[in-house]
Ligand binder design. Structure first.
Ligand SMILES: [Zn+2]
Ligand SMILES: [Zn+2]
Length: 253
């Protein structure tokens, strides 16, 4: 399992922990402050991300997921101090809309699994957060401040995390290149547009998505917003209207 995770450094005290052997190409982000560290998303939960984090910080670590989907809370079991948005607490206490079997299917789908890995031991993380987050909360990790931007659409309690001082926007599943998912019953295409309006108005210098290529520039925020505006104007911004391809990204409604 030595090469399961790929670690890259973004800037001083900020690291990307990626899982490229699964088709989703998940990225988690570790932010080291002077008092503590923050891990944004904990990945697929196939291998132990805690080992990697311990090699990058000696501070106490708090986990914050951009949203409560299996591929973002997979390593939460290792981080008892974790925060979640109030609108997804029920997904952490037995009301997640997919079954355990469906989730296991997604774990093994198009994945170069580690040798000897037993998917039957896979559990969808459940637990009670140490803090419930809401829009505009500021998380202070010591000399670094991370703002919660509630961005529903992909999921009801989805959050982007905004570090104004560095211009870093961690966009989770709201913004990445490849196909955005807005077709599940728990997604909301109209809210998705409102969230894109919001993040595209921020003075973002760097976009850090939860999936796929890291070759992504802030200009994509405005392009996605404009495409969603156009879909709305054409009466297509609703579930079941199809998949729309814009070259370097697409959206499945
Ligand atoms: Zn998701
Ligand atoms: Zn995801």
């Amino acid at each position: 399992m030595d090469n399961w995770f790929t670690i890259d450094q973004i800037d001083k005290g900020t690291y990307i922990i990626s899982e490229y052997r699964h088709w989703e190409e998940t990225h988690c982000y570790l932010l080291n402050g002077s008092e503590r560290s923050l891990i944004i998303d904990t990945g697929l939960g196939i291998c132990n991300i805690h080992h990697e984090v311990m090699g990058l910080t000696d501070k106490p670590v708090t986990a914050i997921a951009t949203h409560i989907h299996w591929d973002h809370v997979g390593g939460h079991e290792y981080f008892p101090d974790f925060y979640a948005h109030g609108d997804e607490l029920n997904w952490l206490s037995g009301e997640f809309p997919l079954t355990r079997e469906q989730i296991k299917g997604m774990v093994v789908d198009r994945c170069d699994l580690p040798e000897g890995y037993d998917v039957n031991r896979y559990e969808f993380f459940q637990g009670k957060p140490t803090k419930v987050l809401k829009d505009n909360d500021i998380i202070d990790i010591g000399d670094r401040f991370v703002q919660v931007v509630h961005t529903p659409g992909h999921s009801p309690g989805h959050m982007c995390f905004w570090e104004e001082e560095r211009g870093n926007l961690f966009t989770g599943d709201l913004v990445y290149k490849d196909t955005l998912f807005a077709y599940f019953p728990s997604t909301d295409p109209g809210a998705y547009l409102n969230s894109l309006e919001r993040v595209s108005a921020l003075p973002v210098k760097h976009v850090y998505p939860a999936h796929h290529t890291l070759d992504i520039q802030p200009e994509i925020l405005g392009r996605m917003r404009d495409a969603f505006r156009q879909l709305k104007a054409e009466g297509k911004l609703h579930h079941g209207s199809g998949t729309f391809d814009y070259g370097d990204w697409a959206v499945w409604l």
